[in-house]
Design a protein around this ligand. Structure first.
Ligand code: CMC
Length: 373
């Protein structure tokens, strides 16, 4: 790259090394600490994957048991956080609610400004345990439902669904949700993770980095796309209208949410796993119209633009079938990606350099302020 060359959006720019995950668009693969994400989604609990991303290795049985015990002990919603969620009312977007709740959780954490590796890890574990309670509570209050207390006999994914819906998920629902969380947990230097690293690079605290990352994730070009996919599905309504809707949307130069990717140009490595999981839910629910729309829109997009779906395309319908409101989809992404963000905070902290790029000035040349203003 030539000195002074500008790459808009940092496209194609390698900004640092990472040992956390490897995206290879050529082979369409994604590795977490060397393990294919598809195998992790098939064989591991979300807790095992979180441990792997933070520590670099899968946990030994006794490490996992101790971690699970800590996570289960941290699931209850802090009443002060509950009050803040209530104060947000119902007009606030759930992403604003979770961002605000995480900000308070971080401010209240006794280790808030201890950046030792042990304290950073402890804070990351506590956020992992606490965020599902925030999302579940927010979802329930919007439906005029009483909160559901956590259960310590359920794993992280099942308890998340339990606290949201107040009933034990079916085996398929629990499995599909776990798979989505594993697939969402980490994805190298995406916009929100890079945001977390920028904040960390100023020697700011982990909580601030996570709050900033949530803000970056919220946008529809990033995590907000899973919500936007279902908004588009609702707009289309009838599967038979998918092709005409797409023609109109493309003619109006609209971006089709859930399609395209900055890194993958021939399809997102995570889609086949998530799509297979989503189809299992479709079978359980008999949601034929939904999957018909899903298939027709993807086929039409392929013909029209040759652009493939990204992970948000199958996860949107999956979260709808699991029973979440559309606006809660991106907070689910937060609950999973907090693992990746905090792993990157720790990695950035361990070999820090202030992230401070340059810009090429294109404004007016130097000029004089007129006398008298
Ligand atoms: N719909 C319509 N056209 C598209 C789309 C799309 N979803 N994605 C790319 N294109 C077109 C774009 O219009 C452009 O065409 P042209 O060269 O004629 O102007 C060309 O493809 C290149 O697109 P780009 O936006 O310059 O490429 P990028 O690498 O900056 O975009 C992206 C990546 C994800 C921002 C983009 O594909 C997009 O906006 N997708 C929709 C939002 C979305 O689904 N985001 C989720 C991303 S992956 C998971 C996650 O982070 O949550």
């Amino acid at each position: 790259m030539a000195d002074g060359e500008i790459r808009k959006g940092l496209a194609g720019v390698v900004v640092d090394t990472t040992a956390i995950s490897k995206v290879n668009p050529e082979t369409n693969s994604l590795l977490y600490r060397g393990y294919p994400v598809q195998q992790l989604a098939e064989r591991c609990s979300f807790e095992q994957v979180a441990w792997l991303l933070w520590h670099g290795e899968l946990p030994a049985p006794e490490e996992l048991a101790a971690f699970e015990a800590r996570e289960r002990a941290g699931r209850a919603l802090d009443p002060r956080v509950r009050a803040v969620v209530d104060a947000a009312g119902r007009t606030a977007h759930p992403m604003d609610v979770v961002r605000t709740a995480v900000s308070l959780l971080s401010a209240l954490d006794a280790d808030a400004h201890d950046s030792s590796p042990a304290a950073e890890l402890a804070k990351a574990e506590r956020l992992l345990a606490a965020i599902p309670a925030v999302v579940a509570y927010d979802q329930r209050r919007r439906r005029d439902l009483e909160p559901v207390e956590p259960r310590d006999d359920l794993d992280w994914s099942r308890n998340f669904l339990w606290m949201t819906f107040g009933e034990e998920p079916t085996a398929t629902a629990a499995d599909v949700f776990r798979i989505s969380m594993v697939l969402y947990a980490e994805h190298s230097f995406n916009a929100s993770t890079f945001t977390a690293r920028v904040v960390t690079s100023t020697l700011s605290d982990l909580g601030s980095a996570v709050v900033a990352a949530i803000g970056a994730l919220k946008g529809p070009l990033h995590g907000g796309a899973n919500e936007a996919v279902m908004i588009a599905f609702d707009e289309i309504g009838d599967p038979g209208k998918a092709e005409a809707w797409l023609d109109d949307a493309l003619a109006a130069k609209r971006k089709i949410m859930g399609f395209g990717h900055r890194v993958y140009k021939h399809g997102d490595s995570r889609v086949p796993t998530m799509e297979a999981a989503m189809r299992r839910l479709v079978q359980e629910h008999g949601a034929d119209a939904l999957v018909e729309l899903y298939d027709r829109l993807a086929a039409a997009m392929d013909v029209a633009k040759g652009i493939k779906p990204n992970l948000d395309y199958p996860s949107g319908p999956a979260y709808r079938l699991l029973g979440f409101d559309t606006e809660q989809f991106t907070p689910l992404f937060v609950a999973a990606r907090v693992v990746g963000w905090t792993a990157h905070v720790m990695e950035q902290r361990a070999a820090n350099a202030l992230i401070r790029p340059l810009s090429a000035y294109v404004g007016p040349e130097e000029r004089e302020v007129p006398v008298g203003g």
